[in-house]
Ligand binder design. Structure first.
Ligand code: ADP
Ligand code: MG
Length: 564
């Protein structure tokens, strides 16, 4: 036999393996979900490549995933007749950590952050989870269209080997797991069936297992084992809503997102008419690790065309501020050979994007209305992202504003819990506008001198203290027919809010202060635009104000810090 060639795992892989084995020890079940999900991906990839090259599908039969356990040899095997892997792909895909997210994750662990087992599944460490239950793994694979086959083998101990496999190896990939003693359950037929039904029922390909054979005493020959399909084997979103339970939806979400936790909510719709498409969209309950930094890795939405997986297309089909959403859209009308560029320009896609945006906003409104506790969870995880919608989505600005939550001068913490509707509902009698203030952090916001006069008059002010707020509030103009006014900019007409008596006092004070104002103007000269007597301060002696259309002080400081 030809000599096997030995390779060392990339250093990162060692670390991932250790982590996975240790932290997922009590979540062993997930390995099967991960391996089935890889097999299903491989079948989808083949079906996609076969659109351009139909011969790739020759001689393979129906696309399927077979799971066979053999207790005598303690081997669990998973076979798929999907795309397969070439020698190089085996080395690259199973010997390195390709995902940049995984690398950042490892860095944060190295930096001493606590590891949460729940996070680990998200990083394309899927394959390595097989080592939770196996002490040795062999992967034999033939890439569709190739006549070479190769076997990759490892004990998960720092190295793997690669050697040629027999020429009659069928297309696709077979994993052989040598099951550890403490994981023997996974060689039991009932256990495997129950896992497949729980986690992989919705996988769009048949998952087959051996039919149990009833042996009788006088049987001399064992009948040839037969395979039977264990799962539903139809893509979940193609099934009728009435046929699906909450658990079905949750399991599908976990399959899509690699999240261990349940989603907060979902919306499943079929649109018929001008355009025909089905969408299933989820709102997760927490942000994936590194969500903020991962702006460019937008894998949340899978595009299918006529049940065939085409690509991850969140960037084309959802606005950036809804990038937390996860799901599937399956179009009947887009051409199967669609490219990313085509998606970018397609008016059909533009319309689907509009419809999906509306669905997500509907769903968020529903959570906010019916499940306030869940909305808090959502807001804590994704509020800062949703805020971008005020800038990005002019058409839906009012709806996005309605979904925002704020801290205000009446909050006792930095938590953002008050909606604009709440605010309007408790506006003071004479108040017509909505007041807000942006500042660098919660403390700076609530102790801002410009709040004094408003507080004294019992006027509530929204306190925007997050980094993104200064930018977003630049697009705050109106909500529910009311002006949104920045307290830190221009003169707020407090006269409207206070009594006539106050007004008279203010005029008196202005006259009395006139000589002082002149002196200050002379002393400050060019350094200020104007010196005015203000009726906005109560405890402070003076404060700096910017004109309504000037850059805010906070922005000016940011620009100054950037050397501009
Ligand atoms: P992910 O699925 O998130 O990419 P995995 O660790 O699960 O990460 O798998 C790593 C890679 O190995 C996959 O991206 C794929 O290219 C390859 N792979 C794994 N299993 C199979 C399979 N059954 N058939 C073909 N390729 C596979
Ligand atoms: Mg995977």
């Amino acid at each position: 036999a030809p000599q096997a060639e030995t390779h060392a795992f990339q250093a990162d892989v060692q670390q991932v393996l250790k982590l996975v084995i240790h932290s997922l020890y009590s979540n062993k079940d997930i390995f099967l979900r991960e391996l089935v999900s890889n097999a299903s991906d491989a079948c989808e990839k083949l079906r996609f490549e076969a659109l351009a090259q139909p011969d790739l599908l020759a001689d393979g039969g129906e696309l399927a995933i077979d799971i066979v356990a053999d207790r005598d040899s303690r081997t669990l095997s998973l076979r798929d007749n999907g795309i397969g892997m070439s020698r190089d792909e085996l080395i690259r895909n199973l010997g390195t950590v390709a995902h940049s997210g995984t690398r950042r994750f490892l860095e944060s662990i190295a930096a001493g952050e606590k590891v949460d087992a729940q996070l680990i599944g998200q990083f394309g460490v899927g394959f390595y989870s097989a080592f939770i239950v196996a002490d040795e793994i062999a992967v034999t694979s033939r890439r569709a269209g190739s006549d070479e086959a190769w076997t990759w083998r490892s004990k998960g101990d720092g190295q793997f080997s690669i050697e040629p496999a027999p020429a009659d190896t069928p297309r696709g990939t077979t994993l052989y797991l040598h099951v550890r003693e403490d994981a023997e359950d996974y060689l039991q037929d009932w256990k495997l069936r129950s896992l497949v039904r729980t986690y992989s029922d919705h996988v769009g390909f048949p998952i087959r297992m051996l039919k149990p054979v009833a042996k009788t005493e006088d049987d001399t020959e064992t009948p040839a084992p037969e395979l039977e399909t264990v799962n539903q084997a139809s893509a979940l979103w193609t099934r009728a809503k009435t046929e699906l339970s909450d658990d079905d939806y949750k399991a599908f979400y976990k399959h899509l997102s690699h999240d261990f936790a349940d989603p907060l909510a979902w919306t499943h719709n079929r649109v018929e008419g001008n355009q025909n498409f089905t969408s299933l969209l989820y709102v997760p309950g927490h942000a994936p690790f590194d969500f903020q930094a991962g702006r460019d890795e937008r894998k949340g939405l899978k595009l299918y065309i006529k049940r065939i997986f085409i690509m991850d297309a969140a960037e084309q089909m959802l606005p950036a501020y809804l990038r937390f959403a996860r799901g599937v859209v399956d179009s009947d009308d887009l051409p199967l050979n669609v490219s990313r560029e085509l998606l970018q320009e397609s008016r059909q896609v533009e319309r689907i994007k509009g419809a999906l945006t509306k669905r997500v906003l509907d769903l968020l409104e529903k959570i906010a209305r019916d499940e306030p506790e869940n909305y808090v969870k959502f807001w804590e995880a994704f509020g800062a992202v949703l805020k971008e919608g005020v800038v990005e989505d002019t058409a839906n600005r009012e709806r996005v504003l309605k979904l925002l939550r704020f801290a205000t001068t009446r909050s006792d913490s930095a938590d953002q819990r008050i909606s604009l509707d709440d605010y309007i509902g408790r506006m003071a009698g004479l108040q017509e506008d909505i007041y807000y203030l942006t500042a660098d952090g919660w403390n700076a916001a609530r102790h801002h001198p410009k709040l004094e006069a408003l507080k004294a008059r019992g006027i509530e002010v929204l306190l925007l203290h997050e980094r993104i707020d200064d930018w977003v509030s630049g697009y705050f103009h109106e909500y529910a027919g009311k002006r949104l006014r920045n307290v830190a900019k221009g003169e707020i007409d407090l006269d409207k809010l206070g009594s006539e008596e106050d007004k008279a006092k203010q005029e008196e004070a202005a006259q009395a202060a006139a000589p002082l104002v002149d002196k200050l103007k002379a002393a400050l000269g060019e350094r200020v635009k104007d010196v005015r007597v203000s009726n906005r301060l109560v405890d402070s002696a003076a404060c700096l104000v910017v004109d309504e259309y000037d850059m805010s002080l906070h922005m000016q400081r940011l620009f100054a810090a950037a050397g501009q």
